[in-house]
Design a protein around this ligand. Sequence first.
Ligand code: NDP
Length: 241
Amino acid sequence: MAEQKIILITGASSGIGAATAHQLASDGHHVVLGARRTDRLETLVADIRAAGGSAEFHALDVTDADGMQTFALDAHRKHGRVDVIVNNAGVMPLSRMDALKLKEWDRMIDVNVRGVLYGIAAVLPLMQRAGGGHVINVASIGAHAVSPTAAVYCATKYAVWAISEGLRQEEKAIRVTVISPGVTTSELADSISDEGGRAEMREFRKVAIGADAIGRAISYAIAQPADVDVSEIVVRPTASP
Ligand code: NDP
């Protein structure tokens, strides 16, 4: 079994975050899970422990920089280190630009961009002091191509890609990985309030992969030796265009 790492996962209450928590715990790591729906996290931690894994959870809103600091510092105090953070929390209320859903644009920027930056800010000084660490940011195939109704969502994911690449170039001892999933079964589309956005998503969702596929990709990146940085993994359904 691999050396046990202390791994923070944001947005662990459903979809990719929950599947990643199961995968990494079954790899033998200790997972520290954060999200707003703590009832979901409580059940997830109980399931992981019942399967012989090691996990804990904390209420976390990634748009709150102080809350993110507390999430990371508490884990560091308790375990003496933070080896990996998976900045996974995200929202995707799709709509055409001319629907002018300014509040939804703000929410995507707050969760998908500020949330990732706050996650990095919370662990970077700890990892620099420790002389190593691993930052894993969940972007999307939407970090590489734009489609109608997804302009703002894709903009946030292009930003996640750019932030990750910049961090990777600056840090000599910290590994940085971008995970870019294609269409994956999760609750992500539930936040779409716009009918055009829902219609676009129905088309996309005709071919989707399970969230466990993304968990395995993250597991692979973590399992590499410290001198090997898997800088990006794109994982998509086989039949996707
Ligand atoms: P889900 O909706 O199932 O999961 C999203 C997670 O983000 C939930 O756990 C939710 O928890 C959390 N979250 C949302 N807002 C906040 C917040 N303010 N603070 C803390 N946590 C928050 O969707 P996915 O699993 O699909 O999404 C995970 C990531 O994968 C996202 O970044 C998404 O953009 C990305 N992605 C997904 C794809 C897909 O097809 N599913 C494709 C490409 C990328 P809670 O509400 O409890 O806080």
